[in-house]
Design a protein around this ligand. Sequence first.
Ligand code: FAD
Length: 271
Amino acid sequence: MAQMKIEQARVVRQTAVGSSYCLLELCAPSTAEKVRPGQFVHVKIPRLDGAVLRRPFSVFRSDGVNLSILFKPVGRGTDAMTALREGDEVSLLGPLGNGFPPCAPGMVPIVVAGGYGVAPLLFFASRLGRAGVAFLGGATAADILFPEEFQSLGWEVRVATGDGSRGVKGLVTDAFDVWLIEKGSRQGCFRPVDPKMAVMALLGSINWIARWYRPGGPAGAEEVTRKFIDLFMGGLLPRGRAQTGAHRTASGVAASRLRIAGGSRAARREP
Ligand SMILES: Cc1cc2nc3c(=O)[nH]c(=O)nc-3n(C[C@H](O)[C@H](O)[C@H](O)COP(=O)(O)OP(=O)(O)OC[C@H]3O[C@@H](n4cnc5c(N)ncnc54)[C@H](O)[C@@H]3O)c2cc1C
C-alpha cells in the first residue's frame, strides 16, 4: 500500500477475448513494475459523464512496463471502457491490495475461478515458477478463459460449465471438491468414499448453516467452523476407529437396529 500512486496510463491496445470479454493493455511502467499477482488497480474511466468513482480491476498480466486488465462489460463504466483505443489515456490508482500469499514449498498450488475471476490467477501461475491445478468455470464454454495458457505453463486444467457445454456440468467449486476428495482417498488421507456423495453431504450441511446461524447466538462463527471441521474430519465414531472393523460393526449395529425397529413396527401393525 505504501507504494501505491496515481499514474496516467496510455492504452496500447484493446482486444476481444471470447464472445464477451475484453483485454485492455496499458503502458503504465510505474504501476507495472511494482504490481504483484492478486493486486488490483482503480481505473478512472474517461468519457464517463458524472461518474466520479473509479472502478477496481485485477491485474491480469504485467511485464514490468505494460500491464493488462481482463474485463467483462457489465455496466456503465465497463461499457465505456470498451471504447478505449490505442493512445487514449486513463488514470490508474494502484497497485492496491495485498496480493496472493506465497505458496509454501511442497504444497500443490491450486486455483479456482469462474469467468473473469481468472484474471489475477494466470498472473499468479506465470510468476510462481511451478505447476499446479487450475479449476476454471463458467456458465458456458465461452466463459472458460485461457485454459491453454495454464496448460502451456504445465498446469493441469479442469473445467466445469453450468450448461455442460465444456468439462463437467455444474459449479466449478463442486468439481474442485470432488477432485479433492478423490485425490485425498487415493493418497490415503481420506478413507475411500463416494466423492460426489461426500461433497453433497458436506456442502448440504454447510449451506444449511445460513438457515440456523444467528449472529450473537451461543456459538460464534469461529466456534461453529471449528466444530464442523472436527465433525467432518473425525465423524461420530471414537478417534482411530473410523477406518477399522469398528466402523463396519457400528454401521452393522445401526443397520440391524433399524431393521429391528422396522420389524417391530411391522409387527405392531399385525392384528
Ligand atoms: C478487487 C476487485 C477486482 C475486480 N477485478 C475485476 C476484473 O479483473 N475484471 C472485471 O471484469 N471485473 C472486476 N471487478 C468487478 C468490476 O469492478 C465491476 O464489474 C465494475 O466496477 C463494474 O462497473 P460498471 O460501471 O461497468 O458497472 P456499474 O454500472 O457500476 O454496475 C455494477 C453492477 O451492478 C449492475 N447494475 C447496475 N445498475 C443496475 C440496476 N439498475 N439494476 C440492477 N443491477 C444493476 C450491473 O449489471 C453490474 O453487474 C473487480 C472488482 C473488485 C472489487
